[in-house]
Design a protein around this ligand. Structure first.
Ligand SMILES: [Cu+2]
Length: 464
């Protein structure tokens, strides 16, 4: 019976890695980090329900990569998955090494089963909270992902926190993601219902369960200050993250420092990252850490426990959520989220407009479209290879744009006619978010060109 309680909370698996930051000098000499990853299928029960996962080194989530600014990463992938794979390091600019970006049929061919491949890139001027994940089919949803942290010898907030904790949020499913995707991509599919059913129903009779999984626990020491590095590694879900009775101050978004700003609830979409400073300033006790879905998604809260040193163990601390009302999902706006250092925004030299919509294709399956095309990879000839070999490429589905000269600045407008929000990400770049809003007209006078946040993943609002 014990497992019924667990099922209620099984949607998200939380993991904490407490990693004291190494003390660094400004005169840090960069080094090469050799990372050895075996990608393999393993049977695990991270939330008490036994299933087969695709893993990095047999762990869920995969091991954390921790390097320093300026370091080289040599990431060896041994593929023992029984299918092809490729690994993307999300947030890495890959300046000079776009072929190590890890996107199959864009940047590289796949790594076949039983082959090895080594990614070799330098994190020249980058710092902050990132993650790596398989970029082939749905493998990351089945477990092939982990945190990638770049420590900064010159961290301006260094003296503002005592310890770091990594918090990975994930809409953990019980059914293999390939099976879910197949159900999703059928003419009879009711879209999101597929995954909602998977994450909100109890395990079928006969499932193998272990009953000691419990909620994830994060240890606090009274009066200490923590830098929480929060990463949303979900397949699908945007969350509102909070800790009961504790406010938090955002200091980083997607690897770039921000001005300190106090908030109660942090909206975080798929693939976004934030660092927040939380002070253990409440009475010694147990508190709930929670991830909430936006109001239109009718799924239960996801909980973990913040346990203060010296407090008795309590597997079910009482609910004390912040009273701010939950809304539709939108990113923190420019009043709350500002870059630590303002930059002068260059004039644009090009303007691109993208219409986003979802509709049935010729086979009756609902797909996503950008300017009326749905991407189809050329599984014989990667796009980047074509460009370097100066082959013309005419896959209209790729919506490709080629820049002939350095230093071009592009204004990108996205017009979303879907009634759901969608996170957007550009590989190899960080962009300034000049504005978001409802409707399909952009008023250029309302764009924020004074102190916009720069990041690599942003939310395009529903019908916005
Ligand atoms: Cu990425």
């Amino acid at each position: 019976m014990a497992f019924y309680g667990i099922f209620f909370f099984y949607i998200i698996f939380w993991t904490a890695v407490v990693s004291p930051t190494p003390i660094l000098n400004r005169g840090y000499i960069p080094k090469t980090n050799n990372i050895d990853f075996t990608i393999e299928k393993v049977t695990l029960a991270p939330d008490g329900f036994t299933r087969q996962l695709s893993t990095v080194n047999g762990q869920f989530p995969g091991p954390t990569i921790e390097v320093n600014k300026g370091d080289r990463i040599l990431m060896k992938i041994r593929n023992k998955l029984g299918e092809s794979t490729a690994m993307h390091a999300h947030g890495m600019l890959q300046r000079g090494t776009p072929w190590f970006d890890g996107v199959p049929w864009m940047a590289q061919c796949v790594i076949p089963d039983d082959y090895e491949f080594t990614y070799n890139f330098t994190v020249a001027d980058q710092v902050g909270t990132h993650w790596y994940h398989a970029h082939e089919t749905m493998q990351y949803v089945d477990g092939v992902f982990g945190a990638l942290i770049i420590h900064d010898p010159d961290d301006p907030f260094k003296s503002e926190y005592d310890e770091e904790i990594i918090v990975m949020l994930n809409d953990y499913h019980h059914t293999n993601a390939q099976i879910l995707l197949k159900q999703f991509l059928t003419p009879e599919s009711h879209g999101e219902e597929v995954r909602k059913i998977d994450i909100s129903t109890k395990a079928p009779p006969g499932s193998k369960c272990v009953d000691n999984a419990g909620l994830a626990k994060f240890e606090f020491v009274k009066d200490k200050k923590y830098r929480l590095r929060i990463i949303n590694t979900s397949a699908f879900s945007a969350f509102f993250f909070s800790i009961d009775k504790h406010d938090m101050e955002v200091i980083e978004a997607d690897g770039l420092y921000t001005k300190r700003n106090k908030i109660h609830r942090l909206p975080i979409n798929v693939a976004q990252r934030y660092s927040v400073i939380v002070t253990a300033n409440q009475p010694v006790d147990n508190y709930i850490m929670r991830s909430e879905f936006q109001k239109t998604i009718n799924l239960p809260n996801i909980k973990a426990i913040v346990h203060y040193e010296g407090a008795p163990d309590d597997p079910e601390p009482k609910d004390n959520p912040w009273s701010d009302s939950l809304t539709e999902y939108v990113d923190l706006d420019h009043k709350t989220l500002q870059p630590l250092e303002e930059e002068k925004i260059p004039e644009s030299t090009k303007k691109f407009e993208f219409k986003i919509d979802f509709h049935k294709n010729s086979t009756g399956v609902v797909k996503a479209f950008l300017n009326n095309s749905s991407y189809i990879p050329d599984i014989n000839f990667p796009t980047l290879d074509k460009i370097f070999k100066k082959k013309s490429f005419n896959e209209t589905s790729a919506n490709a744009y080629i820049f002939d000269k350095d230093g071009e600045v592009v204004d990108m407008y996205f017009i979303n006619s879907d009634d759901g929000e969608h996170p957007f990400h550009i590989h190899g770049y960080q962009f300034w978010v000049l504005g978001t809003g409802n409707g399909d007209k952009v008023d250029e006078n309302e764009l924020n060109t004074h102190n916009p946040i720069k990041r690599d993943t942003a939310t395009i609002p529903a019908s916005g």
